[in-house]
Design a protein around this ligand. Sequence first.
Ligand SMILES: [Zn+2]
Length: 393
Amino acid sequence: MSRLLYVLVDAVRHDYVTGERTPYLASVAAKHGRSRMRPLLGYSDSIRAAIFTGAYPDETGYWMEYCLRPDETPLAPYARLAALDALPWDFARRGVKFVLSQTLVRRTATTHGYKHLSLRHLPFRSLDQFDWTLRRDMSEPGQLAVPSLFDRLSDAGRGWAYLDAAKLGAKTLLRRIDELPTDTEFVFVYLHHVDMASHLFGISSRLFERTLHRTDALTNEVVERATRRLPGIETAIFSDHGMSPVDHVVSYPGLWRHAGFPHRFCFALDATMVRLWFHDDDAQLRDEIRATVAAAAPGRFLQREEIIELHLDFGTRLYGDEIYLLEPRTAIFPNFHSLLKPKAMHAYHPDDLEQQGIAIGLPSVDGVTNLVDLAPNAARILGLEATPLALAG
Ligand SMILES: [Zn+2]
């Protein structure tokens, strides 16, 4: 029986892995080989979808946590709170949304069959436009257009475990490894600490360095315990992306206050992207909004060929008509997602070297491994049948 352990150490950049900073990872890399992990353009959720399925966003249909879906959104009643958009302090607006999301919005979620629902930091008056993209967890069957590794293992009646340090804590996670059923064939461990420390403290802080060192040691512990529990288990360690320090923070007060928003045009602010929807053919409005977006931050509107190349050509308007992608090291705050100002960010162009993660013990081409290679690699080692996607293609 083949067994496989995947350890995902979130946000460990390829150049962090040295004997001094991450002695364990460096020793494994020396033995089993290393490459750079090329991320995709997107945030952690779309990246996880690609890791679990081996498919890109335009194949799974999933890119962002929320999308423009005015006819279906259960958040529409909250648009009546539009007057609160005029609260003078952004942190007060964020605070109100945080409290509502913990209380009333939870009831709305239950009523409408959503597992998760939040106002995040969407402008109140746009809440009749935006909907939560998935009603259930993406790991539940049928949520993504492509079945995940976990679906396929379950269908084949084979044992697997997904252990998330952010939910379990390190101690419980290690204990769960010790207690894994001995017929478990695939173990996926997710360690979030480096990503969190990067956003909160920045990547040149002492706290960050300590977190990196500790996560390296925790990875060692995870692999040792898994090997003890499930002898002969093969191991690969990888991160999902790198990280850039944030040197400049930009904001878009003109968009938040624009009289044409949200009924003539809509915008979504992610930390590293501005996405736009135009609801009519008014060229003047389009030029004005595009100019406002471009003037505030270095970046570019992605052209169609590039959108196709990045696997973001959805054939729907859910995620935006246009995407303005910022240059690395600049971030948008306030944006629709972050509660705190990030000191380091990912989700810039995947070819930027700072954005690339590490892959240890994984196949690569010209020193690069892609996120979508992980699921097929696991399927091969575990002897799963070819994916339906590969058969269809
Ligand atoms: Zn992150």
